[in-house]
Design a binder for this molecule. Structure first.
Ligand SMILES: *[C@@H]1O[C@H](CO)[C@@H](O)[C@H](O)[C@H]1NC(C)=O
Ligand SMILES: *[C@@H]1O[C@H](CO)[C@@H](O)[C@H](O)[C@H]1NC(C)=O
Ligand SMILES: *[C@@H]1O[C@H](CO)[C@@H](O)[C@H](O)[C@H]1NC(C)=O
Ligand SMILES: *[C@@H]1O[C@H](CO)[C@@H](O)[C@H](O)[C@H]1NC(C)=O
Ligand SMILES: [Ca+2]
Length: 645
């Protein structure tokens, strides 16, 4: 014990130094050890501050074999003789109280010689090693067990016996390394102060094994610890302790009660070195059931981790709610990698996400998070799309709570919602509503140019040489109201809404503006109606494209219409690609105008034949020329894919 005391003084000085260092570090705002690194809470004595249960101590009665003694809390203390050497004396500070010990109440006969010390923890902890300092001679046979399931099942960590084969039928680990039984620490001498040491990991594993690996945890984790004292032995030399061990209190106690020195087992100190189980993701632990995240001041090793690395749970055994983009991993104790949990990209519309192995695989192993309960009318794995009936606000960022705004479709100008659909539907990106024929605008709120009579049936085409009054349909005889637009040839067509700002209207030169709009007097175009995709299939059109009309040119003998191809749905011998091309309306030469009508600035679904030899794309009276709508596009591409092959 003198060694112990000297060590004690040294340790006190060291503790003081550490406390000072700690103060300095906290004052200067030192960063946590967990930053970008595996970290672990401080190691302490798991038994400190906890109640040790023993079989014999409740009333100083050896009741081990007959009926297990009720735990001390249950037994009315009035019935028991005053326990001068309670189990708590094993866990008091060995430096402050070097001469306190627990005395077993086990009886002297062989039958009654068994006792048990049990430490029940409220959660899972890691124990690296255990030290018992005996006041009595060490037991001739002893077992140390642990449970990792709160006492349901037990596993023996080590057996101690003078003669392993005789006591337990097992080889001695002296002769057979790795055996469960050992004859170490079983000698009756020294008669006082003898130690029993148990290492949970063998020295080799302790050096090489990653302490957060599953293999290490399988051996280090416990919820309960049990020391079974199975066989006592007496001191070969006279019973009283050696002079070195005698202190004033010690001799005072022994002299006052002679029975205590007769106790088969007496233990000064039980040290279960360990820490709370945090998988390398915490450097502090708090009381298991404490609601506040306050650090405990006592020496007690608490069981609930204060998790770093975006982990969560009492043991940092899972990722925090919004950090499931990768699956959870323990930190790597060998390399120091913290293996943090990764945040899901939910564009500020969700508070939690879950990990999907399928999403992980399909992303090539970079991201597997799927946002849960997207708010603000968003949907999608990353809450990146607007839900049905909502569209992206054009000027707000995606992570704005108002990024998705309700579709507003004019009920008069839009196609009716299908049964079962709630509210109007519009394109989730552009906000374009599905319009009735002849109706334009993102919300289908006005007539297309050259149309009139906005109402339940859409808008009707003007039957005029120039244009007509959009409300009455009365012909207007000047170009002044004409909806002809300045579309830069070959350039990008601006958004529809901007195209119809009347202030910036610029007249086209007559040469350019040869659309049927100007010559409708000669053209009584009987437009072919497209009722379904089947109509498209019946006539074997060589080409089917989505194109916007840029300009039309009078070439004397024929007309040439420049279009910008937006989408190629089908092509024949002539390979088509996106970009500006010319198409040739046949009806120009025979009738003096383009028919069907091809208005510059409009987007059409165009289908027609190719001219053999020249490879020109022709527009005939059999051609399909229909203003493009997203719904029509969907219909046609599906029709072409499924129906006509
Ligand atoms: C001690 O045990 C015996 C039998 O095991 C029992 O009769 C006796 O009442 C016990 N004494 C106390 C104080 O519990
Ligand atoms: C252990 O006990 C067995 C049987 O009692 C005996 O044969 C053996 O020699 C003993 N071993 C030691 C090392 O004492
Ligand atoms: C925490 O547990 C201890 C006993 O383990 C109990 O005394 C205490 O009241 C509990 N505190 C809370 C907040 O539940
Ligand atoms: C931990 O790090 C070591 C050394 O870098 C490496 O060999 C080992 O595979 C890592 N463990 C895991 C589970 O990734
Ligand atoms: Ca003690």
């Amino acid at each position: 014990m003198r060694e112990f005391s000297m060590l004690g003084k040294g340790r006190h000085r060291m503790l003081l130094a550490l406390c000072w260092l700690f103060l300095v570090l906290t004052r200067s705002g030192a960063v946590s050890r967990c930053v970008d690194h595996a970290c672990s809470p401080p190691i302490g004595n798991l038994a400190s501050g906890r109640t040790l249960l023993t079989h014999s101590s409740c009333c100083g009665n050896s009741s081990f074999h007959r009926s297990p003694c009720p735990y001390p809390t249950v037994t009315p203390h009035a019935l028991c003789p005053i326990d001068t050497h309670p189990p708590a004396h094993m866990t008091d500070d060995p430096f402050l109280h070097p001469d306190t010990w627990w005395a077993s109440g086990a009886g002297p006969t062989e039958q009654e010689q068994q006792d048990e010390i049990r430490l029940d923890l409220e959660s899972h902890f890691c124990m690296s090693h255990m030290v018992l300092v005996f006041r009595s001679p060490r037991p001739a046979a002893m077992a140390i067990d642990r449970s990792a399931d709160f006492g349901k099942t037990w596993e023996t960590l080590k057996l101690f016996a003078h003669n392993c084969s005789e006591e337990f039928g097992l080889p001695d680990d002296f002769t057979q390394p790795g055996s469960l039984c050992t004859s170490r620490y079983t000698s009756p001498t020294p008669c006082g102060g003898g130690e029993v040491i148990l290492r949970t990991l063998d020295p080799f594993s302790a050096k090489t094994l990653d302490p957060y690996s599953p293999e290490a945890l399988a051996r280090l984790t416990l919820t309960n610890l049990r020391i079974r004292l199975l066989k006592a032995q007496s001191c070969p030399v006279p019973l009283h302790p050696p002079a070195a061990w005698t202190s004033p209190t010690d001799s005072a106690l022994t002299s006052t009660s002679s029975t205590e020195s007769a106790a088969p087992y007496a233990i000064y100190t039980l040290l279960a070195r360990g820490t709370c189980l945090c998988h390398g993701h915490a450097e502090n632990c708090v009381a298991y059931n404490s609601s506040q995240d306050t650090r405990q001041d006592s020496n007690m090793v608490s069981g609930r981790c204060m998790c770093a690395h975006h982990t969560a749970g009492d043991h940092c055994e899972k990722c925090a709610p919004l950090y499931n983009d990768r699956s959870w991993r323990p930190a790597n104790g060998s390399s120091g990698e913290s293996n943090p949990c990764q945040k899901c990209q939910c564009h500020a519309h969700a508070e939690r996400c879950h990990f999907s192995p399928r999403a992980w695989l399909s992303s090539g192993g970079t991201s597997g998070g799927v946002c849960d309960d997207c708010r603000h009318n968003t949907v999608g794995r990353r809450c990146q799309r607007c839900r049905h009936g909502y569209h992206r606000h054009p000027s707000l960022p995606l992570n704005s709570p108002h990024a998705c705004t309700r579709c507003w479709c004019d009920p008069r100008g839009s196609l009716p919602t299908r049964p079962g659909e709630e509210g109007p539907w519009c394109h989730p990106r552009s906000g374009q509503c599905p319009c009735r024929p002849g109706v334009w605008g993102a919300s289908c709120s006005h007539c297309q140019p050259g149309h009139w009579g906005f109402g339940e049936e859409g808008c009707r085409p003007c039957a005029c040489p120039h244009s007509c009054d959009p409300i009455t349909g009365q012909c207007l005889d000047s170009y002044s109201n004409n909806q002809v637009f300045n579309v830069p040839i070959g350039g990008k067509i601006p958004d529809l809404d901007h195209m119809f700002t009347l202030e910036e209207e610029v007249q086209w030169s007559k040469e350019l503006a040869v659309s049927a709009l100007h010559y409708t007097g000669k053209c009584s175009c009987k437009e072919k109606k497209l009722r379904s995709a089947l109509d498209l299939c019946k006539t074997k059109h060589d080409y089917v494209i989505k194109a916007s009309v840029l300009s039309a040119h009078d070439k004397g003998s024929h007309a040439e219409v420049q279009v910008k191809v937006r989408k190629v749905l089908r092509s024949g011998h002539v390979a088509l690609s996106l970009g500006t091309i010319s198409i040739y309306p046949l009806s120009w030469t025979s009738r003096g105008c383009t028919c069907p009508i091809l208005n510059p600035g409009m987007e059409y679904l165009l289908a027609g034949p190719e001219e053999a030899g020249t490879g020109r794309l022709l527009v005939t009276m059999q051609s399909v020329v229909v203003p493009w709508t997203p719904r029509l596009g969907l219909l046609v591409s599906e029709g072409l894919r499924n129906g006509c092959t």
